[in-house]
Design a protein around this ligand. Structure first.
Ligand code: ATP
Length: 235
């Protein structure tokens, strides 16, 4: 579904992606883990189009994505749930979800999506008229994910959903992602610094360091890899 080859991107003199190659098949749940500054957010931004690629290619369902303007990419079925949630703080929960339903598919599926979202996150139903900016961090993350779902995507890009959340709240979010993927048959790419939790949730993973893929493999392969255990598990 998503084929990224030799992708390079950066900011002025900073080379954030130095030739990244990765692929995600339809229905897969793939994690991209790595330390601060590895280029994880930049990777997503080049897929959603807010950062321009300097070299390489991105194909989505066979189509040359780099030839598609950023504002049209959500209509192809790509939802980017950004780092730091970026909810609209002065809109209600439900208005945030409506903002997510701006694609044709999102408008068509609104009733079914909203029913699913409120079943998945009952607290959002309870708080649907509350301003999103007044919610807790975990609840705002639910809104951000739900807003992405409201566009009826095929591919969901989740950028560090656990950031700033207490471990138990982060676990709830990871569980919700696993459930969404199962129930909606979505393709999910999750970027995380919490490598272990992310790898435990997914099918396959990539480890990104200073703009390069340094390791990739299946969930069990990565979780038992000595380099991962040393770097991320402190073993
Ligand atoms: P984090 O977990 O901190 O978000 P990351 O793996 O997502 O890290 P990126 O945010 O993609 O990494 O950053 C990759 C590199 O690009 C870093 O060296 C970072 O300092 C740099 N960078 C990111 N955004 C900008 C920007 N807007 N201007 C200049 N440099 C940037």
């Amino acid at each position: 579904m998503l084929e990224i080859r030799d992708l390079e991107a950066g900011y002025g003199g900073v080379m954030a992606l130095a030739g990244v190659t990765l692929s995600v098949a339809a229905g897969e749940f793939v994690s991209v883990v790595g330390p601060n500054g590895a280029g994880k957010t930049t990777l997503f931004k080049t897929v959603s189009g807010t950062v321009a690629a300097r070299a390489g290619s991105i194909r989505f369902e066979g189509q040359d994505l780099l030839a598609v303007p950023a504002h049209q990419r959500p209509h192809l079925g790509i939802a980017h749930v950004p780092e730091g949630r970026q909810v609209f703080p002065s809109l209600s929960v439900e208005e945030n979800l409506q903002m997510g339903a701006f694609t044709e598919a999102g408008r068509r599926d609104w009733a079914a999506n909203i029913e699913y979202i409120y079943r998945l996150f009952p607290i959002l139903l309870e708080r649907r008229r509350q301003l999103a900016g007044t919610l807790s961090g975990g609840q705002q993350q639910m809104v951000a994910i739900a807003r992405g779902l409201a566009s009826s995507p095929k591919l969901l890009l989740l950028d560090e959903p656990s950031m700033g959340l207490a471990p138990t709240v982060a676990d709830q979010i990871f569980d919700a992602v696993v459930e969404i993927r199962r129930a909606r048959n979505l393709t999910v790419v999750l970027v995380e610094q919490r490598a272990v939790e992310a790898l435990e949730s997914c099918d396959r993973g990539y480890v990104l360091e200073t703009g390069r893929v340094v390791l990739s493999g299946g969930q069990n392969e990565l979780l038992s890899d000595d380099r991962i255990r040393k770097a991320y598990l402190g073993m």
